[in-house]
Design a protein around this ligand. Structure first.
Ligand code: SAM
Length: 236
């Protein structure tokens, strides 16, 4: 059986941005960008499934020292990403790889991983396999920025489950994605040796953005950041 991620996002690459704005306004963008200030010291990034490149173009514009390897299996998404990155004058700082993330052989060494609304294309077992594949290629102080849909606790869980089921049904129809439930990526990252350092939530917890860091990091702080326990969880 093909992996749950054998989806083709080519068909929705162009309308993707507008479909996103129609369904969530600018909330997904706010979610993707809210923790970017924590990434200022990153120099070598591994970016999975960035889609049309809106995030990467801005990240590269904000951080002129950053270079990135970009992995996505959609050629249409990668074309859009390339044109957005070129528009900010950063084409020479990225290396594009059209590949299935689970099959792609990593050779570099990275201090940043970014997965925005990407791990939800995978099962928990696949997310774990991906994290285990990435981990040996990370520097000691590497950070992993994750944005995802989530099911909040309490009564908000009911509408959240319906929204997420509807999104999976729509992506299943449009891209052939087989995944139907959110992976437990937090367990996968924890099991692989990461700990969450900062989390922001949007839309009552339906959207989450997190910075994870290697547990082997020398002290328990993010670089250039002093995060107390009461600051870990922030609703926006
Ligand atoms: C839901 S879109 C997310 C796009 C963007 N990161 C965002 O924040 O909206 C998923 C992206 O991951 C890519 N993708 C999905 N499964 C993949 C896989 N197994 N390997 C590589 N890329 C994959 C798709 O082509 C698409 O660009």
């Amino acid at each position: 059986m093909p992996p749950a991620t054998s989806a083709n996002f080519d068909r929705i690459a162009r309308p993707y941005r507008w479909l996103e704005y129609l369904s969530f306004g600018t909330m997904l963008e706010r979610c993707r960008f809210c923790l970017v200030p924590q990434l200022a010291s990153a120099r070598r990034a591994l970016i999975y499934g960035d889609g049309d490149g809106r995030f990467l173009a801005r990240l590269l514009a904000d951080n002129p020292h950053l270079h990135a390897d970009v992995v996505d299996q959609s050629s249409a998404m990668l074309r859009l990403l390339e044109s957005r990155v070129s528009a900010v004058g950063a084409r020479d700082r990225i290396c594009i790889h059209r590949a299935d993330a689970l099959a792609f052989e990593l050779t570099g060494n990275y201090d940043l991983v970014v997965t925005h609304f990407f791990l939800d294309c995978f099962s928990t077992a696949e997310a774990l396999a991906l994290a285990q594949k990435i981990r040996p290629h990370l520097s000691e102080d590497a950070l992993w920025l994750v944005s995802e849909f989530a099911i909040p606790r309490g009564p908000a869980a009911i509408p959240a489950k319906s929204i997420i089921a509807a999104l999976y049904a729509a992506f299943g129809l449009l891209t052939g994605l087989r995944t139907r439930t959110l992976p437990d990526y937090a367990s996968a990252l924890t099991h692989t040796g990461f700990a969450v350092a900062q989390r922001k939530m949007f839309l009552g917890g339906l959207l989450v953005s997190e910075v994870w860091k290697s547990k082997a990091h020398k002290n328990n702080e993010l670089p250039h950041s002093h995060i107390r326990d009461d600051q870990l969880l922030q609703f926006c």
